[in-house]
Design a protein around this ligand. Structure first.
Ligand code: SF4
Ligand code: SF4
Length: 244
């Protein structure tokens, strides 16, 4: 697909999914208002959330991590801001990282709030919160600690990306897709065409040294968010997107 068309598709899908994705990502904020929400609303919200998760997982089988650059709420927010402020470079400023850390903090604080607020006082409380017991809290924070340790020991700077709850799902699905040899959206590189100009690395919002990965044929499809900016900048056409 041509870059112009891909950009239009990204913009359209981001605008369409922005409110929905924002609702999911800000779910922890709603936890603070849990006493005012009835059980039916919580069930509907949970069904929407789980459906979104399943859809993302299935899409990863064929579209790799296209969700990250097309329907992720944080990306969507900054696509929106870039449009409003006429600043396409906004994704490469410090602001996306600040927002992602605020969202991440909410995800950490919300379960703790529910636990402290309601544990030991389950009588008359809505059944949904009975899930917030000792086991839940131990599992949740152990996973968080493990994710943090992983991101620190692997030296990755984009912590939110590696802690994202969708990330392990998508990576597992990509591995399954490879195992089953399913046709999927792939970024194909040709090291012989690369002139090592470094534009791809400069453009990459994930901070990958794309030029080095292309030169050594080590382009990592599982970590790449499929935004296509490296392709856009590569005049030598050393990187291509194919469905194969
Ligand atoms: S932009 Fe293309 S030619 Fe330049 S370093 Fe990247 S892959 Fe190589
Ligand atoms: S490697 Fe290319 S497609 Fe992947 S995140 Fe970086 S710029 Fe986007």
């Amino acid at each position: 697909m041509k870059y112009k068309n891909r950009t239009k598709l990204q913009a359209a899908s981001t605008v369409l999914t922005f409110p929905f994705a924002l609702l999911i990502i800000l779910a922890p904020i709603f936890v603070f208002f849990i006493n005012y929400v009835n059980e039916t609303a919580l069930t509907v919200f949970a069904i929407i959330g789980i459906s979104f998760w399943v859809l993302i997982s299935i899409s990863s089988l064929f579209l790799q991590r296209a969700h990250c650059s097309h329907t992720c709420a944080i990306t969507g927010m900054f696509t929106f801001f870039a449009f409003i402020f006429h600043n396409p470079e906004i994704m490469r400023t410090k602001y996306p990282r600040i927002v992602s850390h605020i969202v991440l903090s909410l995800w950490i604080i919300a379960p703790l709030y529910v636990y402290i607020r309601f544990i030991g006082n389950k009588a008359g409380f809505i059944p949904y919160c009975s899930a917030f017991d000792n086991v839940f809290v131990i599992i949740f924070y152990s996973l968080f600690l493990l994710s943090s340790l992983f991101s620190k020991t692997t030296g990755k700077s984009n912590t939110a990306h590696y802690i994202c709850p969708f990330s392990p799902c998508m990576i597992s699905m990509i591995k399954l897709s490879e195992f089953l040899k399913l046709p999927s959206r792939k970024f194909v590189t040709d090291s012989t065409k690369c002139v090592n100009c470094g534009v791809c690395a400069k453009n990459c919002p994930m901070g990958f040294k794309v030029n080095e990965l292309v030169k050594t044929d080590q382009f990592n499809q599982k970590e790449c968010i499929n935004c296509g900016r490296c392709i856009e900048g590569c005049k030598a056409k050393a990187i291509e997107c194919r469905f194969c």
